[in-house]
Design a protein around this ligand. Structure first.
Ligand SMILES: O=C(O)CCC(=O)C(=O)O
Ligand SMILES: [Fe+2]
Length: 302
């Protein structure tokens, strides 16, 4: 009884439960046989936003290479994906809309599930970590934004489908969840967790002076097999295991498979806010983020 009551704070955690996420590996462009880029009709204006000569997203060789990296490592980082101009434009939008951000703080376990009364509070299944951040939503991002153009671009979606091995990607049916800009001010962090979704797509827009580091360890659990790996989770939470650090710079695109990879973002240090875009897609049309997740995450339903 006592256990249930104390853990009821976890009702919060829905915050993450539909959250997309993901895992790593640096793309070494030198290994690529880059073909001369030819701009096909469907590239529209995204060719203006992406450093397309170094990242020819319509090239079969480039796609194959990216898929291989993601499959082998659980993470794909494409350095300097956005041009400096596109990056600067998103950063300015982020600054001018920062006052609209909805801030949440949650205590949750690494599984982003309600607590399990079968286990003690101090057990890996129920151990609590903290997450806090601000967020602006699809409807608060201008239609003319680089982010919306990129998100809806068929050239970009075709590239993502090829790399993620999906047939199609769809926007969320609600008007909040597709394109989010996250803000982590001084002291804000994302505690250790596994994602519920099988992939996440992010773009770092502004880097803090210190902290804000993405740390991860792959293949910790096997969600589909129901293997929780409490022992390793405990060790990671106790700082007894060496984890990986993904060195993300501004303008980098990251595709991450975080369902079985434990990961976190360390607290922001200093007055420069960490700004990160999450591009969230569904693999089926007409899907909305759950009401409870929207309420917790955005403070409203539409
Ligand atoms: O902020 C990041 O780099 C990762 C975000 C993340 O893990 C999540 O939103 O679940
Ligand atoms: Fe995550």
């Amino acid at each position: 009884m006592r256990l249930i009551k104390e853990l009821s704070i976890f009702s919060y955690v829905k915050y993450f439960s539909d959250i997309r996420i993901s895992f790593s590996l640096t793309l070494d462009n030198k290994k690529l046989k880059t073909n001369k880029y030819e701009q096909p009709g469907n590239m529209n204006n995204v060719a203006e936003y992406i450093n397309i000569n170094t990242h020819p997203i319509d090239s079969a060789d480039f796609r194959t290479y990216c898929k291989q990296v993601l499959d082998e490592n659980g993470v794909l980082k494409i350095d300097k994906f956005l041009t400096d101009e596109a990056l600067d434009s998103v950063r300015r939008e982020g600054e001018s809309h920062a006052h609209l951000a909805y801030y949440t703080r949650a205590e949750h376990n690494v599984y982003l599930q309600p607590p399990d009364a079968e286990y003690d509070l101090s057990h890996a299944r129920n151990r609590v970590v903290n997450s806090s951040k601000g967020c602006i939503t699809t409807d608060q991002i201008p239609e003319s934004s680089v982010l919306k153009n990129l998100y809806h671009s068929s050239a970009f979606k075709d590239f993502l489908c090829a790399v993620l091995d999906e047939d199609a990607l769809y926007e969320y049916a609600d008007n909040l969840s597709s394109v989010n800009l996250h803000y982590a001010t001084a002291g804000q962090e994302l505690g250790w967790h596994f994602d519920n979704s099988s992939f996440a797509i992010t773009l770092l827009i502004q880097k803090p002076v210190g902290g804000g580091v993405f740390e991860y360890l792959g293949n910790v659990r096997d969600a589909d097999a129901g293997e929780m790996n409490f022992e390793m989770v405990d060790k990671i939470l106790n700082d007894e295991v060496q984890v990986n650090e993904l060195a993300i710079d501004i303008g980098d695109l990251v595709l991450f498979r975080g369902r079985n990879a434990l990961h976190r973002v360390t607290p922001t240090i200093g007055e420069t806010t960490r700004m990160l875009v999450v591009l969230a897609y569904n693999t089926e049309p007409g899907v909305s983020l759950s009401e409870s997740a929207r309420q917790t995450f955005y403070g409203r339903l539409d």
